[in-house]
Design a protein around this ligand. Structure first.
Ligand SMILES: NC(=O)c1ccc[n+]([C@@H]2O[C@H](COP(=O)([O-])OP(=O)(O)OC[C@H]3O[C@@H](n4cnc5c(N)ncnc54)[C@H](OP(=O)(O)O)[C@@H]3O)[C@@H](O)[C@H]2O)c1
Length: 337
């Protein structure tokens, strides 16, 4: 059996996460038991939620245990199988973690799913045609529920979730406006993803300045907002929300390293009779088949061309993960294993 390089959570961050929170180890892969499958991971997904799991505090999921392989989505190839439904060579998606190989109990429901790479590249099953894509779908379709002609906005627009959101909202006839960090990301959002406009929040020193730019980009106000970051960006959007607007609260990455995220003007929720709803995509497994079908079609037909940042080798995962929390990624952050 092959040697497996793994990244463990070694200790919990005190404030900002650092590379010293992680530890690289090598282990021997155990021999397979009946019902098990050995998967060689080709890509590891790095996602903002992992930062929350590094903390001990109460959340919607259990903390990542110390001394164990970091949790994470993976795509790869079956190299050996003792389960009748899987054969060597099958391309599969699962939660293999930050390691090069995993031994999976394939009979466990949802543990391993075969994917078709004829029209969709394998790596996209971790991004646009995977968890981040379904996240965008859920927030847009089930919470914001836009009509054609509505104006919808998303923050972290150039990222894995934001880019899928843009394509899904355009397909529903919306005016779609992104908020992203930097000119390159904004150019990509408009020119390659087909958003109607994109605002570089880094050019604005406060929420009022950003709200002014939003007023220009959203002349009819904002009907739906998909929140990925929190802080100043949320304050600015609240100033431009229309009456009875909907906000899907997906993430607040600006606070994941412990930064405070005060809300400047909560009275706007009342004044504009807003619906604000948080959600966790893994609690809505019932929508995944429908969402993945639409996302697969958008990617397969070239209407969604997701971008990826790919770090090389398992040893590069911690640095790439910390970069993701600071906006160094451009599109879906992956590690090639
Ligand atoms: N609720 C759920 O079930 C669920 C599921 C998946 C993801 N999420 C959330 O969705 C959001 C996006 O995830 P993703 O996987 O698509 O990540 P991503 O957008 O590919 O990468 C994260 C991006 O966040 C932006 N960012 C980081 N720090 C920021 C800050 N201080 N202020 C403003 N923007 C900042 C950066 O973009 P810029 O360079 O543009 O700033 C960075 O590239 C995250 O908040 C994540 O936690 C939630």
């Amino acid at each position: 059996m092959p040697t497996n390089r793994q990244i463990l959570l070694d200790n919990r961050p005190q404030g900002e996460a650092t590379v010293s929170n992680f530890k690289l180890v090598s282990t021997e892969t155990p021999a397979l038991q009946d019902g098990q499958v050995l998967v060689r991971h080709h890509y590891l997904s790095l996602d903002p939620y992992m930062r929350g799991r590094m903390n001990e505090s109460k959340s919607y999921a259990q903390p990542q245990p110390l001394g164990e392989v970091m949790i994470g989505g993976t795509v790869g190839e079956v190299v050996e199988s003792r389960h009748p439904k899987f054969s060597a060579g099958d391309k599969v998606v699962g939660m293999g973690g930050w390691q090069e190989y995993s031994v999976v109990d394939a009979a466990q429901p949802g543990a391993l799913r075969k994917v078709d790479t004829t029209h969709v590249p394998l790596s996209h099953y971790l991004g646009a045609v995977g968890m981040p894509g379904v996240t965008a779908w859920y927030g847009l379709v089930k919470i914001i529920d836009p009509k054609a002609g509505d104006t919808v906005v998303v923050s972290a627009a150039a990222g894995a979730v934001g880019s899928a959101y843009g394509a899904l909202a355009k397909a529903r006839g919306c005016r779609v406006v992104g908020i992203a960090g930097g000119k390159d990301k904004c150019d990509y959002v408009v020119n390659e993803l087909g958003f109607d406009a994109c605002i570089d929040y880094k050019e604005h020193k406060d929420a009022y300045s950003l709200a002014k730019a939003l007023k220009q980009a959203c002349p009819n106000g904002i009907d739906g907002y998909f929140e990925n970051v929190g802080g100043m960006v949320l304050d600015a959007v609240l100033l431009r929300m229309n009456a009875h607007g909907r906000i899907a609260v997906c993430g607040m990455i600006a606070g994941y390293d412990g930064q405070p995220l005060p809300l400047a003007n909560p009275a706007l929720i009342l004044v504009n009779r807003l619906k604000i709803q948080g959600f966790i995509v893994s609690e809505h497994m019932e929508v995944w088949p429908e969402a993945l079908k639409e996302l697969g079609t958008l990617v397969g037909t070239g209407k969604l061309r997701p971008r990826e940042s790919v770090a090389q080798g398992i040893e590069a995962a911690p640095e790439a993960f910390l970069g993701l929390l600071k906006g160094k990624n451009f599109g879906k952050q992956l590690v090639k294993l």
